[in-house]
Design a binder for this molecule. Structure first.
Ligand SMILES: C[S@@+](CC[C@H](N)C(=O)[O-])C[C@H]1O[C@@H](n2cnc3c(N)ncnc32)[C@H](O)[C@@H]1O
Length: 361
């Protein structure tokens, strides 16, 4: 059981000025997110001091928008970092004085963060648990725990992409695996070799934004009848066959990402997790979500909008029973993006969209 369950006034001390500064430096415009490798993106004018960019990087991962996360959560006594990765955000939050509990479904991430934060762990300022943020109820140590700040930095870490055996990359010969953790029941190869053409079409269209999703799904089915998909090259060849010779790394990354989202059931997990995480906030606590994919960001935007509505009764309910009190307020009317200097140093930051929501006092 976590001991430092804060009361309402112990929640993050957000000097209103700091938060309103964030919310005015926001993305302009688009709802559809650009792919990480695309040059087409929108970003904020919020400029973290350039010397602070990269300060929390490790060989494992370079965290994005650390300054903005610190502005939002840095005053919190207790923070749940749901996507520990290399522990960059956690390390920054611990340094800012928060006690941090981290979780990750990837044992390699957990070990890396525990090594990095060994001293804070010994001093009781950091702890880490293997698990899925969508199933917090399965982590006994977190039973009943509430937090002043909760962070979700979605997607995968650089380490997961960099290690070919993990199978997230389209590098020649890499296995089609893509499982983020041992709790994921099937590999990318198993998914590609077994799903129906209709399901594959949905994956390429919904998660990969692919205009020729149906043709690509048909090509996958045609090819797997001759020889099952095993390595990255099998999917790259199918993509090339449908998209033509012009298909390049941006297309491979986008469609591999679509398969990864399906393998790890990422959007369903996020949709289920959001209300459960909201209920883990102390009064006045802040939920911060960094999304890299339009589907993720849409889920977050809708959830925050719904929770911020004054009446939260189902639309067809004739009489209001919620007493017209919003569950909290959305602090970012539009998402915050990374600044150009950060994007230059860390191209992954280009597609990062940070949204913030605060629970009612
Ligand atoms: C973008 S990385 C986080 C990087 C981290 N913020 C840092 O500073 O290094 C995302 C991490 O979330 C983890 N992850 C993704 N989905 C998860 C889930 N449903 N439950 C727990 N961890 C998850 C991945 O394994 C990965 O390590």
């Amino acid at each position: 059981m976590i001991q430092w369950r804060a009361g309402s006034r112990d929640s993050c001390s957000h000097p209103t000025g700091r938060l309103s500064r964030i919310s005015t430096h926001h993305f302009r415009g688009r709802d559809k997110l650009a792919h990480p490798l695309s040059t087409d993106s929108v970003r904020s004018s919020m400029s973290p001091p350039s010397e602070s960019i990269g300060r929390w990087d490790s060989a494992y991962h370079s965290p994005v928008m650390v300054e903005a996360v610190l502005t939002a959560l840095g005053g919190c006594r207790s923070v749940l970092d749901c996507t520990l990765g290399g522990g960059g955000h956690s390390a920054a939050l611990v340094a800012a004085g928060s006690r941090v509990v981290g979780i990750d479904r990837d044992p390699e991430a957990l070990q890396s963060a525990l090594d990095r934060l060994a001293e804070a762990s010994r001093e009781g300022r950091f702890s880490a648990h293997l698990g899925n943020y969508a199933r917090l109820d399965l982590i006994d140590e977190l039973e009943g725990a509430r937090f002043d700040g909760i962070l979700l930095d979605l997607g995968i870490s650089s380490h997961q992409i960099d290690v070919p055996e993990r199978g997230f990359t389209f590098r020649i010969g890499a296995p089609l695996d893509m499982r983020m953790g041992e709790d994921v029941p099937w590999t990318a190869a198993e998914l590609l070799n077994s799903l129906s053409e209709a399901d594959l079409t949905d994956i390429f269209r919904e998660y990969g934004d692919e205009r020729r999703a149906g043709r690509l799904a048909r090509e996958v089915v045609r090819r797997r009848e001759k020889r099952p998909f095993v390595i990255a090259d099998d999917l790259v060849d199918a993509i090339r066959a449908v998209l033509g010779a012009a298909a390049g790394p941006g297309d491979f990354a986008r469609l591999f990402q679509a398969v990864r989202i399906a393998v790890n059931d990422e959007l369903t997990g996020l949709a289920e997790a959001l209300p459960a995480l909201r209920d883990r906030l102390t009064p006045g606590g802040t939920l911060a979500v960094i999304a890299y994919h339009s589907g993720e960001d849409r889920l977050v935007k809708r959830a925050f909008r719904e929770w911020s509505a004054v009446c939260t009764c189902p639309p067809r309910q004739p009489v209001c029973t919620c007493r017209g009190r919003a569950l909290g307020e959305t602090l970012t009317r539009r998402p915050i993006g990374a600044d150009e200097s950060e994007i230059l140093q860390n191209p992954r930051a280009r597609s990062a969209h940070l949204r913030l929501w605060r629970s009612a006092e």
